[in-house]
Ligand binder design. Structure first.
Ligand code: MN
Length: 224
């Protein structure tokens, strides 16, 4: 009989200004949470409740990594997003109690194989292979504590592609936590990508893509 595989190493995120690391449990993502992006993807921002998808925890890539161009796509896209780290879990968390469940925040990039996502939408198939592929969750160092409104931007080789404010979100972070915790029992270590503003677009081989949110450490990725 073949040997059992080794127990996988825990997935962790660096914490800004600390030697400690944040243990990652699951990665949830919100779809279409900025009105202009919802419209650019063919949605109606006035009618849609928040919806969720996931990425495997080990799809996580830390900032300043170089990753290969993902397979099975000719249209890799960036999506600049605020990432929220959950400290304490719960089910049916009321909106007014949601901030107390947050450990901290980070800048993130929800990398997307846009061509596979378009095929999945047309065929009414799941998004896993367009959203949850290897190296698809780029996240910068975590900063502990609450976060004020801030600008969120994405640049590709220094060219500005996305620019908005966190306050432009359709569903606020407390509303997202309240909604998501009606679907799943949130747990310590869960991460939530909170949606992207308008301006998503391709990243080519050899390009560097940086997501910046206020004073948070940026999330930068280079495609080999
Ligand atoms: Mn996204």
């Amino acid at each position: 009989m073949p040997a059992l595989p080794p127990v996988p190493a825990p997935v962790t995120l660096p914490i800004h200004g600390s030697d400690r690391r944040f243990p990652v449990r699951r990665i949830f993502c919100v779809g279409r949470n900025y009105a202009e992006h919802s419209r650019e993807m063919g949605g109606d921002p006035t009618r849609e409740a928040p919806f969720f998808f996931t990425k495997p925890a080990d799809a996580l890539v830390t900032s300043e990594s170089t990753i290969p161009y993902p397979p099975r796509t000719a249209d890799l896209h960036h999506e600049a997003e605020l990432v929220v780290a959950i400290a304490t879990g719960g089910r049916d968390i009321p909106e007014d109690q949601a901030p107390a469940h947050i450990w901290g925040h980070a800048a993130g990039n929800d990398l997307t194989r846009r061509d596979l996502q378009a095929e999945a939408k047309a065929a009414r198939r799941p998004w896993d292979m367009s959203k949850g592929f290897d190296n698809s969750a780029v996240i910068g160092a975590l900063v502990e504590g609450p976060l004020a409104d801030a600008p969120i931007t994405c640049t590709v080789n220094g060219r500005l592609t996305q620019s908005a404010r966190l306050s432009d979100m359709i569903w606020s972070v407390p509303e997202i936590i309240a909604h998501l915790s009606t679907y799943v029992d949130l747990r310590p270590g869960d991460l939530i990508f909170t949606g992207t503003p308008a301006g998503v677009g391709p990243i080519a081989r050899g390009e560097t893509c940086t997501v910046a949110i206020g004073d948070l450490p940026p999330a930068t990725i280079t495609i080999a």
